[in-house]
Design a binder for this molecule. Structure first.
Ligand code: GLA
Length: 390
């Protein structure tokens, strides 16, 4: 589906021509998993897969939204003065949440919109389709109503939508990396202070291959919140011994010294958080210095820690990643995003991409019983207005 198809679908659904086309990316996280909500360092990048929207203004105060990906739901409408979460509104709750908090901060929007959305990131693939939609909407509202909203404030607003409106206790990584995405750059982000630095992604003839399990992240939200509570339990126990702001500020020595205060599960979750934070810093440095082999080793160590200590991978992700490790011409591979299904990625020599996909795809199909999907990830920009129509 290209931009012209999306435009003509807009006309078909709404009976008029759209006024502007917008795009917001998805993201992959190179390293620094499940530590954004514990004040750790993360190293994500925006990708060129993402979410498109065509919009046109309305005279009333109603938003009408239609998704090509959920066409069975038809057009879903809500009034800008009634932005209460409503389960029946399904995916449109993300739009409502963004509209609600933006209006609270910036004042009531002067008019409504017709919006048609199309995403080419597979749903629940661990590539942040929901943050992509939130940042897309923040950008549409920003441009349409001429709002003064910085990319960092947009990210914080999107996080608030997830946490308070949708009810997932996620961190800032997804919205931040999407809102501040830059072509060919990864963002080293300190999730405690929000200090960040761009790092060029120079992979010397290698490509990033996204490996999608085709397993939807079933139960992911409840498991996600469960991991957060386990960490919170560890934090409150460790606070008896140390003064600290965020869990990732502790050292492994400090953890070992009071290991007995924690349950085994709390110990493992904390061990992952602290060790992953150290790996991120080293990985960013290795990438900067062109030490790709070291970078790959850190990706592997990260996956093992997520598999064994944080326990968020699962047979589908492990099969993809562990098969990738055995292939020739692979710099490294790991799961990316929340886990429990979703996607992994591998960094593979350009000439070997086709044979890599074939080999890993076959092992996966034989073992899991259905196909995995593979995409070459290009690292792209944050939200943009692509063109004005007419
Ligand atoms: C999801 C969340 C992020 C982050 C990752 C795991 O994508 O939205 O905030 O916690 O999982 O690293």
């Amino acid at each position: 589906m290209n931009v012209a198809d999306i435009q003509s679908k807009f006309s078909e659904v709404f009976g008029k021509t759209g006024e502007g086309i917008y795009f917001a990316p998805g993201r992959i996280n190179l390293i620094g998993e499940h530590i954004d909500y514990n004040g750790g360092m993360v190293f994500p990048a925006a990708i060129t897969l993402g979410t498109y929207a065509v919009v046109a203004p309305r005279k009333d105060k109603v938003i009408h939204a239609y998704s090509i990906n959920a066409s069975n739901l038809g057009v879903i409408g809500f009034n800008l003065s009634d932005t209460v979460y409503n389960e029946a509104h399904q995916w449109v709750n993300y739009i409502k949440g963004v509209a609600k908090y933006l209006q609270e901060e910036k004042g009531e929007f002067p008019h409504g919109l017709d919006i048609l959305v199309y995403g080419n990131i597979p749903n629940a693939a661990g590539l942040s389709s929901s943050a992509s939609l939130e940042m897309l909407m923040a950008h549409i509202f920003r441009c349409t109503y001429d709002l003064d909203l910085s990319p960092v404030d947009a990210a914080l607003l999107g996080k608030r939508v997830e946490n308070e409106y949708i009810g997932v206790n996620s961190g800032i990584m997804d919205q931040f990396s999407i809102s501040l995405g830059k072509k060919e750059k990864a963002i080293l982000l300190n999730c405690n202070t929000l200090d960040y630095t761009y790092y060029p992604i120079e992979l010397k003839g290698n490509k990033i291959i996204i490996m999608y399990t085709n397993k939807r992240r079933a139960l992911a939200d409840s498991k996600y919140n469960e991991r957060r509570s386990e960490c919170d339990a560890a934090i409150s126990k460790l606070k008896q011994f140390y003064e600290f702001d965020v869990l990732c500020d502790l050292t492994l020595e400090q953890l070992e010294a009071h290991k007995e205060a924690l349950t085994e599960v709390e110990y493992k979750r904390t061990y992952h958080s602290i060790s992953e934070n150290t790996r991120v810093k080293e990985a960013a440095k290795a990438l900067q210095q062109g030490k790709l082999q070291r970078f790959g080793e850190l990706l592997k160590a990260s996956h093992i820690s997520l598999r064994d200590d944080y326990e968020v991978s699962g047979i589908e992700l492990d099969t993809l990643v562990e098969t990738a490790w055995k292939e020739p011409d692979v710099v490294g591979a790991r799961m990316t995003g929340a886990g429990f299904g979703g996607s992994a990625f591998a960094i593979v020599k350009e000439e070997s991409v086709a044979s890599f996909i074939q080999a890993v795809g076959k092992v996966y199909k034989d073992k899991i019983g259905y196909e995995a999907d593979f995409y070459i990830a290009e690292i792209g920009e944050g939200p943009v207005k692509l063109e004005s129509i007419n």
